[in-house]
Design a protein around this ligand. Structure first.
Ligand SMILES: NC(=O)C1=CN([C@@H]2O[C@H](COP(=O)(O)OP(=O)(O)OC[C@H]3O[C@@H](n4cnc5c(N)ncnc54)[C@H](O)[C@@H]3O)[C@@H](O)[C@H]2O)C=CC1
Ligand SMILES: O=C(O)C1=N[C@H](C(=O)O)C[C@H](O)C1
Length: 269
Protein backbone atom coordinates (compact mmCIF):
# COMPACT_ATOMS: atom_id res chain seq x y z
CA UNK A 1 0.00 0.00 0.00
CA UNK A 2 1.11 3.56 -0.75
CA UNK A 3 -0.41 7.00 -0.24
CA UNK A 4 0.59 8.15 -3.72
CA UNK A 5 -2.38 8.74 -6.06
CA UNK A 6 -3.00 5.80 -8.39
CA UNK A 7 -3.33 6.90 -12.01
CA UNK A 8 -5.02 5.05 -14.86
CA UNK A 9 -3.92 5.83 -18.42
CA UNK A 10 -6.42 5.30 -21.23
CA UNK A 11 -5.38 4.84 -24.86
CA UNK A 12 -2.30 3.01 -23.56
CA UNK A 13 -0.77 2.16 -26.95
CA UNK A 14 -1.20 5.65 -28.41
CA UNK A 15 1.52 8.27 -28.93
CA UNK A 16 0.37 10.12 -25.83
CA UNK A 17 -0.69 6.99 -23.94
CA UNK A 18 2.84 5.57 -24.01
CA UNK A 19 4.37 8.94 -23.10
CA UNK A 20 1.96 9.27 -20.17
CA UNK A 21 2.76 5.77 -18.90
CA UNK A 22 6.51 6.58 -18.94
CA UNK A 23 5.86 9.90 -17.19
CA UNK A 24 3.84 8.28 -14.39
CA UNK A 25 6.40 5.47 -13.98
CA UNK A 26 9.22 8.05 -13.73
CA UNK A 27 7.34 10.12 -11.14
CA UNK A 28 7.87 9.72 -7.41
CA UNK A 29 4.51 11.43 -6.77
CA UNK A 30 2.13 8.95 -8.44
CA UNK A 31 1.68 5.23 -9.13
CA UNK A 32 0.51 3.52 -12.31
CA UNK A 33 -2.79 1.95 -11.19
CA UNK A 34 -3.99 0.65 -14.55
CA UNK A 35 -3.90 0.98 -18.32
CA UNK A 36 -6.84 0.80 -20.72
CA UNK A 37 -7.06 0.17 -24.46
CA UNK A 38 -10.03 -0.23 -26.77
CA UNK A 39 -11.79 -3.57 -27.09
CA UNK A 40 -10.12 -5.80 -29.69
CA UNK A 41 -6.71 -4.08 -29.49
CA UNK A 42 -3.69 -6.46 -29.61
CA UNK A 43 -2.33 -5.09 -26.33
CA UNK A 44 -5.40 -6.04 -24.25
CA UNK A 45 -4.41 -8.86 -21.87
CA UNK A 46 -0.65 -8.16 -22.17
CA UNK A 47 1.60 -6.75 -19.45
CA UNK A 48 2.10 -3.08 -20.37
CA UNK A 49 5.88 -3.21 -19.80
CA UNK A 50 6.22 -6.06 -22.30
CA UNK A 51 3.77 -4.50 -24.77
CA UNK A 52 5.94 -1.34 -24.73
CA UNK A 53 9.05 -3.41 -25.45
CA UNK A 54 10.53 -3.57 -21.95
CA UNK A 55 10.38 -5.66 -18.78
CA UNK A 56 7.12 -6.79 -17.16
CA UNK A 57 5.59 -4.22 -14.80
CA UNK A 58 2.76 -6.29 -13.34
CA UNK A 59 0.10 -4.03 -14.88
CA UNK A 60 -2.07 -5.72 -17.49
CA UNK A 61 -3.77 -3.78 -20.30
CA UNK A 62 -7.55 -4.03 -19.98
CA UNK A 63 -10.56 -2.99 -22.06
CA UNK A 64 -12.71 -2.87 -18.90
CA UNK A 65 -12.34 0.82 -17.99
CA UNK A 66 -14.85 0.69 -15.11
CA UNK A 67 -12.87 -2.01 -13.29
CA UNK A 68 -9.57 -0.22 -13.96
CA UNK A 69 -10.89 3.08 -12.56
CA UNK A 70 -12.31 1.49 -9.37
CA UNK A 71 -9.86 2.17 -6.55
CA UNK A 72 -7.76 4.65 -8.60
CA UNK A 73 -7.53 8.38 -7.84
CA UNK A 74 -7.16 9.79 -11.36
CA UNK A 75 -7.66 8.94 -15.01
CA UNK A 76 -5.54 10.61 -17.68
CA UNK A 77 -7.29 10.35 -20.98
CA UNK A 78 -5.87 11.27 -24.40
CA UNK A 79 -8.05 9.16 -26.70
CA UNK A 80 -11.00 10.11 -28.92
CA UNK A 81 -14.23 12.10 -28.30
CA UNK A 82 -16.72 9.23 -27.85
CA UNK A 83 -14.30 7.27 -25.67
CA UNK A 84 -13.71 10.35 -23.50
CA UNK A 85 -17.45 10.88 -22.99
CA UNK A 86 -17.85 7.26 -21.86
CA UNK A 87 -14.79 7.52 -19.59
CA UNK A 88 -16.15 10.72 -17.97
CA UNK A 89 -19.16 8.80 -16.64
CA UNK A 90 -17.02 5.90 -15.38
CA UNK A 91 -14.43 8.23 -13.80
CA UNK A 92 -17.19 10.15 -11.99
CA UNK A 93 -18.70 6.88 -10.71
CA UNK A 94 -15.30 5.79 -9.42
CA UNK A 95 -14.61 9.21 -7.84
CA UNK A 96 -11.50 9.73 -10.01
CA UNK A 97 -10.13 13.09 -11.13
CA UNK A 98 -10.53 13.00 -14.94
CA UNK A 99 -7.79 14.77 -16.93
CA UNK A 100 -8.85 15.10 -20.57
CA UNK A 101 -6.38 15.90 -23.33
CA UNK A 102 -8.58 14.57 -26.14
CA UNK A 103 -9.21 17.17 -28.87
CA UNK A 104 -11.62 17.33 -31.81
CA UNK A 105 -14.70 17.36 -29.56
CA UNK A 106 -17.73 19.27 -30.88
CA UNK A 107 -19.62 21.70 -28.61
CA UNK A 108 -22.35 19.06 -28.26
CA UNK A 109 -19.79 16.45 -27.23
CA UNK A 110 -18.18 18.81 -24.71
CA UNK A 111 -21.62 19.42 -23.19
CA UNK A 112 -21.91 15.67 -22.57
CA UNK A 113 -19.07 16.00 -20.04
CA UNK A 114 -21.13 18.37 -17.86
CA UNK A 115 -22.88 15.70 -15.73
CA UNK A 116 -19.52 14.17 -14.74
CA UNK A 117 -18.19 17.59 -13.69
CA UNK A 118 -21.06 17.84 -11.21
CA UNK A 119 -19.67 14.82 -9.38
CA UNK A 120 -15.90 14.93 -9.84
CA UNK A 121 -12.93 17.11 -10.81
CA UNK A 122 -12.62 17.30 -14.57
CA UNK A 123 -9.60 19.10 -16.06
CA UNK A 124 -9.78 19.53 -19.84
CA UNK A 125 -7.40 21.42 -22.12
CA UNK A 126 -6.50 21.19 -25.79
CA UNK A 127 -2.89 21.62 -24.71
CA UNK A 128 -1.42 20.69 -21.33
CA UNK A 129 1.98 22.39 -21.74
CA UNK A 130 3.07 25.33 -19.63
CA UNK A 131 4.34 27.17 -22.72
CA UNK A 132 1.05 27.03 -24.64
CA UNK A 133 -1.04 28.04 -21.65
CA UNK A 134 1.24 31.02 -21.14
CA UNK A 135 0.86 31.80 -24.85
CA UNK A 136 -2.92 31.73 -24.39
CA UNK A 137 -2.65 34.48 -21.77
CA UNK A 138 -0.23 36.49 -23.93
CA UNK A 139 -2.55 36.18 -26.92
CA UNK A 140 -5.46 37.53 -24.86
CA UNK A 141 -3.35 40.51 -23.76
CA UNK A 142 -2.03 41.34 -27.24
CA UNK A 143 -5.50 41.01 -28.81
CA UNK A 144 -6.92 43.32 -26.14
CA UNK A 145 -4.21 45.90 -26.83
CA UNK A 146 -4.68 46.00 -30.62
CA UNK A 147 -7.68 47.03 -32.68
CA UNK A 148 -9.17 45.40 -35.78
CA UNK A 149 -6.53 47.03 -38.01
CA UNK A 150 -4.52 43.98 -36.94
CA UNK A 151 -5.79 40.86 -38.69
CA UNK A 152 -5.48 37.80 -36.41
CA UNK A 153 -4.51 34.45 -37.93
CA UNK A 154 -3.80 31.21 -36.03
CA UNK A 155 -1.49 28.88 -37.95
CA UNK A 156 -0.77 25.37 -36.69
CA UNK A 157 1.34 22.43 -37.89
CA UNK A 158 1.16 18.79 -36.75
CA UNK A 159 2.27 15.27 -37.72
CA UNK A 160 0.49 13.43 -40.54
CA UNK A 161 -1.44 11.13 -38.17
CA UNK A 162 -3.46 13.94 -36.61
CA UNK A 163 -7.19 13.52 -37.32
CA UNK A 164 -8.70 16.85 -36.19
CA UNK A 165 -8.31 20.43 -37.43
CA UNK A 166 -7.99 23.12 -36.29
CA UNK A 167 -5.99 21.64 -33.42
CA UNK A 168 -7.31 21.93 -29.87
CA UNK A 169 -4.49 24.38 -29.20
CA UNK A 170 -5.37 26.54 -32.21
CA UNK A 171 -8.94 26.75 -30.90
CA UNK A 172 -7.70 27.72 -27.42
CA UNK A 173 -5.58 30.48 -29.00
CA UNK A 174 -8.49 31.61 -31.17
CA UNK A 175 -10.77 31.73 -28.11
CA UNK A 176 -8.15 33.76 -26.25
CA UNK A 177 -7.80 36.22 -29.13
CA UNK A 178 -11.59 36.57 -29.36
CA UNK A 179 -11.88 37.08 -25.61
CA UNK A 180 -9.16 39.75 -25.73
CA UNK A 181 -11.13 41.53 -28.44
CA UNK A 182 -14.40 41.13 -26.58
CA UNK A 183 -16.09 39.11 -29.34
CA UNK A 184 -17.45 35.57 -29.63
CA UNK A 185 -15.14 33.30 -31.64
CA UNK A 186 -18.12 31.60 -33.31
CA UNK A 187 -19.10 34.98 -34.84
CA UNK A 188 -15.68 35.79 -36.32
CA UNK A 189 -14.02 32.44 -36.98
CA UNK A 190 -12.83 31.92 -40.58
CA UNK A 191 -11.85 28.28 -41.22
CA UNK A 192 -10.94 26.34 -44.35
CA UNK A 193 -10.48 28.99 -47.03
CA UNK A 194 -10.52 27.54 -50.54
CA UNK A 195 -11.37 28.98 -53.98
CA UNK A 196 -12.75 32.48 -54.54
CA UNK A 197 -13.23 33.39 -50.91
CA UNK A 198 -13.55 37.14 -51.33
CA UNK A 199 -11.37 39.58 -49.44
CA UNK A 200 -10.65 39.00 -45.78
CA UNK A 201 -13.40 40.35 -43.52
CA UNK A 202 -12.15 42.88 -40.97
CA UNK A 203 -12.31 41.44 -37.44
CA UNK A 204 -12.24 37.81 -38.52
CA UNK A 205 -9.94 35.34 -36.78
CA UNK A 206 -8.52 32.95 -39.37
CA UNK A 207 -7.25 29.40 -38.94
CA UNK A 208 -4.82 27.43 -41.11
CA UNK A 209 -3.63 23.86 -40.57
CA UNK A 210 -0.50 22.16 -41.92
CA UNK A 211 -0.12 18.34 -41.64
CA UNK A 212 3.18 16.59 -42.30
CA UNK A 213 5.81 14.12 -41.12
CA UNK A 214 6.50 13.92 -37.40
CA UNK A 215 5.84 17.54 -36.36
CA UNK A 216 4.90 17.34 -32.66
CA UNK A 217 2.93 20.62 -32.64
CA UNK A 218 3.65 24.20 -33.70
CA UNK A 219 1.40 27.21 -33.23
CA UNK A 220 1.70 30.82 -34.40
CA UNK A 221 -0.68 33.64 -33.59
CA UNK A 222 -0.12 36.30 -36.24
CA UNK A 223 -1.27 39.90 -35.77
CA UNK A 224 -0.84 41.51 -39.21
CA UNK A 225 -1.41 45.20 -39.94
CA UNK A 226 -0.28 47.65 -42.63
CA UNK A 227 3.48 48.01 -42.24
CA UNK A 228 4.04 45.64 -39.28
CA UNK A 229 3.41 42.12 -37.95
CA UNK A 230 3.60 40.52 -34.52
CA UNK A 231 3.99 36.75 -34.25
CA UNK A 232 3.53 34.83 -31.00
CA UNK A 233 4.94 31.30 -31.43
CA UNK A 234 5.09 28.02 -29.53
CA UNK A 235 7.01 25.01 -30.82
CA UNK A 236 6.68 21.62 -29.13
CA UNK A 237 9.57 19.26 -29.85
CA UNK A 238 8.77 16.57 -27.26
CA UNK A 239 5.38 15.10 -26.22
CA UNK A 240 6.73 14.85 -22.66
CA UNK A 241 5.61 18.48 -22.11
CA UNK A 242 1.95 17.45 -22.54
CA UNK A 243 2.35 14.38 -20.32
CA UNK A 244 4.05 16.35 -17.54
CA UNK A 245 1.22 18.90 -17.62
CA UNK A 246 -1.41 16.16 -17.50
CA UNK A 247 0.23 14.47 -14.50
CA UNK A 248 0.45 17.86 -12.77
CA UNK A 249 -3.29 18.30 -13.36
CA UNK A 250 -4.08 14.82 -11.96
CA UNK A 251 -2.14 15.62 -8.78
CA UNK A 252 -3.55 19.18 -8.52
CA UNK A 253 -7.11 17.82 -8.73
CA UNK A 254 -6.78 15.60 -5.64
CA UNK A 255 -9.10 16.91 -2.91
CA UNK A 256 -10.45 19.79 -5.07
CA UNK A 257 -14.19 20.47 -5.29
CA UNK A 258 -16.05 18.85 -8.19
CA UNK A 259 -16.19 21.03 -11.29
CA UNK A 260 -14.83 21.73 -14.78
CA UNK A 261 -11.30 23.16 -14.76
CA UNK A 262 -8.58 23.88 -17.31
CA UNK A 263 -4.79 24.16 -17.30
CA UNK A 264 -4.94 27.89 -16.58
CA UNK A 265 -6.49 26.88 -13.22
CA UNK A 266 -3.91 24.14 -12.65
CA UNK A 267 -0.93 26.35 -13.50
CA UNK A 268 -2.34 29.41 -11.75
CA UNK A 269 -1.73 31.60 -14.83
N1 LIG B 1 -4.19 18.25 -24.74
C1 LIG B 1 -2.92 18.00 -25.09
O1 LIG B 1 -1.95 18.53 -24.51
C2 LIG B 1 -2.67 17.02 -26.20
C3 LIG B 1 -3.74 16.40 -26.78
N2 LIG B 1 -3.54 15.43 -27.71
C4 LIG B 1 -4.75 14.77 -28.19
O2 LIG B 1 -4.82 13.47 -27.59
C5 LIG B 1 -5.52 12.58 -28.45
C6 LIG B 1 -4.68 11.34 -28.71
O3 LIG B 1 -3.52 11.70 -29.45
P1 LIG B 1 -2.45 10.61 -29.88
O4 LIG B 1 -1.92 9.92 -28.68
O5 LIG B 1 -1.50 11.29 -30.80
O6 LIG B 1 -3.36 9.61 -30.72
P2 LIG B 1 -3.19 8.06 -30.96
O7 LIG B 1 -4.09 7.71 -32.09
O8 LIG B 1 -1.73 7.70 -31.04
O9 LIG B 1 -3.76 7.41 -29.60
C7 LIG B 1 -5.12 7.34 -29.27
C8 LIG B 1 -5.29 6.03 -28.50
O10 LIG B 1 -6.60 5.99 -27.95
C9 LIG B 1 -7.06 4.66 -28.08
N3 LIG B 1 -8.51 4.61 -27.99
C10 LIG B 1 -9.43 5.06 -28.87
N4 LIG B 1 -10.67 4.75 -28.44
C11 LIG B 1 -10.52 4.10 -27.26
C12 LIG B 1 -11.43 3.50 -26.33
N5 LIG B 1 -12.75 3.52 -26.53
N6 LIG B 1 -10.92 2.91 -25.23
C13 LIG B 1 -9.59 2.91 -24.99
N7 LIG B 1 -8.68 3.43 -25.84
C14 LIG B 1 -9.15 4.01 -26.96
C15 LIG B 1 -6.54 4.22 -29.45
O11 LIG B 1 -6.57 2.81 -29.60
C16 LIG B 1 -5.13 4.79 -29.40
O12 LIG B 1 -4.23 3.90 -28.78
C17 LIG B 1 -5.86 13.41 -29.70
O13 LIG B 1 -7.15 13.94 -29.57
C18 LIG B 1 -4.82 14.53 -29.66
O14 LIG B 1 -5.20 15.67 -30.36
C19 LIG B 1 -2.31 15.04 -28.09
C20 LIG B 1 -1.20 15.63 -27.56
C21 LIG B 1 -1.30 16.69 -26.57
O1 LIG C 1 -2.59 15.58 -31.85
C1 LIG C 1 -1.53 16.06 -31.37
O2 LIG C 1 -0.43 15.53 -31.56
C2 LIG C 1 -1.62 17.27 -30.55
N1 LIG C 1 -2.80 17.68 -30.23
C3 LIG C 1 -3.13 18.79 -29.42
C4 LIG C 1 -3.91 19.79 -30.24
O3 LIG C 1 -4.84 19.38 -30.95
O4 LIG C 1 -3.63 20.99 -30.15
C5 LIG C 1 -1.93 19.37 -28.69
C6 LIG C 1 -0.63 19.27 -29.42
O5 LIG C 1 -0.51 20.32 -30.31
C7 LIG C 1 -0.39 17.92 -30.05
Amino acid sequence: MTDKPGIVITGASGRMGQMLIKTVLDSDKAELAGVVEREGHDWVGQDIGIAMGGAALGVVVTDDAGSAFAGAQAVIDFTAPQATIAFSKLAAEAGCVHVIGTTGMSEAEIAQLDPAAQDTVLVRAGNMSLGVNLLVQLTKKVAAALDEDFDIEVIEAHHHHKVDAPSGTALMLGEAAAEGRGVALAEVSDRGRDGITGARKKGDIGFSAIRGGDIVGEHDVLFAAAGERIVLRHMATDRAIFARGALKAALWGQGKDAGAYDMIDVLGL
